[in-house]
Design a protein around this ligand. Structure first.
Ligand SMILES: Cc1cc2nc3c(=O)[nH]c(=O)nc-3n(C[C@H](O)[C@H](O)[C@H](O)COP(=O)(O)O)c2cc1C
Length: 175
């Protein structure tokens, strides 16, 4: 059995999960609604990035008792450019910290771009982004990573980088 699981706070990751579900016929469920992850042979986990962590991923995937006979695909959804090598490296470091060594060595990871709408952020997230923006502005141009550039360019705005075509390699892998 296959399942799409998503961790999404403001809906961009959910949109990717629902589109993937529509295109593959695989059911998509929020990570908090998953009862028994061990019943699935193929797990596609889509998670939004929050301060380098993939929302809900650790809690969900670390419940897998034996990952060796399963196919596990992870797709992160973030604001920073997913084609930037440094950004990919930092996302992978974050995933490595959140998963067991066995699981990390087995997963296949894809990188998707989401969006942000400052008008709907909760107070905690608004405050975090205000601090991040202040810190980012102090950095010299050459010190700015893809994440820093994304924070500066989108600060206070509503932006949408969702591109459903980027799901195609995932669809090919799991069909
Ligand atoms: C507090 C906060 C921290 C974030 N941290 C990251 C990050 O580390 N890397 C990144 O690429 N995007 C980061 N983002 C952007 C989100 O990943 C992006 O808005 C994503 O589309 C959110 O997914 P969701 O709508 O499914 O919750 C952050 C956003 C907020 C509000």
């Amino acid at each position: 059995m296959k399942i799409i699981i998503y961790g999404s706070q403001y809906g961009t990751t959910k949109q990717y999960a629902q589109e993937l579900s529509k295109k593959t016929g695989i059911k998509a469920e929020k990570y908090t609604d998953i009862q028994d992850i061990n019943q699935y042979e193929t797990i596609i986990y889509l998670g939004a990035l929050y301060a380098g962590r993939v929302l809900g991923m650790k809690k969900t995937l670390n419940k897998i008792e034996d990952c060796h006979n399963k196919k596990i695909v992870i797709a992160t959804v973030g604001l920073a450019d997913p084609n930037d090598k440094g950004n990919i490296g930092r996302i992978m470091d974050g995933i490595e910290r959140q998963l067991s060594e066995d699981m990390y060595n087995q997963v296949n990871v894809y990188f998707l771009r989401g969006g942000i709408d400052y008008s709907i952020l909760n107070l905690k997230h608004k405050t975090m982004m205000a601090f991040a923006y202040k810190r980012s502005k102090r950095l010299k141009e050459k010190e700015r990573t893809a994440e820093i550039k994304a924070i500066i360019e989108t600060y206070g705005k509503k932006v949408d980088f969702i591109d459903f075509d980027k799901l195609n390699p995932i669809i090919n892998e799991i069909k």
